[in-house]
Design a protein around this ligand. Sequence first.
Ligand code: PGA
Length: 263
Amino acid sequence: MRVVIENSAEAVSQFVADRIAQWVRHHPSCVLGLATGSTPLGTYRELIRLHREGSLDFSAVTTFNLDEYVGLSPSHDQSYQYFMQDNLFQHVNLSAESTHVPDGLATDLASHCLQYEEAIRDAGGIDLQLLGIGTDGHIAFNEPGSSLGSRTRLKSLTHETIRDNARFFENESKVPRLAITMGVGTIMEARQCLLLATGENKAEAIQATIEGPVTAQITASALQYHPNTIVVVDEAAGSRLQRKDYYREVELAQLEWEKSNTP
Ligand code: PGA
């Protein structure tokens, strides 16, 4: 795992947006895996800015989102379909057919999950997967105890996730209890993963993800087996890491190497 510790949440967004922009420029028809939540908002704002200034074209890009609440329609302002429209899709030149978010109102949820996996495969797999992390260490809605080989499926949310997400709803009782989520196994097939975290409340989950054992109790820790993952954190989210100095040294060397190898 490459661990990048930035000075601020803004710098995290900038780093991640730069990586995505590079991918899109070098591979205009790439497949992006996208995430919702408050953490990637700054990244999406920067991608929109780059698009508006004319330096980023999404016309050939395909996207797949990680998850969606069961029972919320796309027009519900807390559905992830709504979130993506509001915070990215409607502001860039992505066509409606090229964006995919699981359908929380699907009548046959089990076959919808299978079709979602098939659609990812048919698109050639995910090139770059953006990920947030829950305070319980989840990636997407793969809650503690999820199989590390899991595929897109239904998942019951933990009390911790329901409590964390209640801030977006009128109250805790309005948070859906079920979600459709890509599995850990689905995420592990992405060619590159970018896990981002900001704020003190993520520090424990980030420490466990990077320096703890690989365990289904912290599903993000499965990324230790992923051959190409970058974890990007601000100082607060990285504050519990034991080997901070080493990650900083390695990152400086990496940036030097990238500079001298960029044509
Ligand atoms: P957040 O959510 O970005 O709103 O903190 C992350 C997550 O739960 O995966």
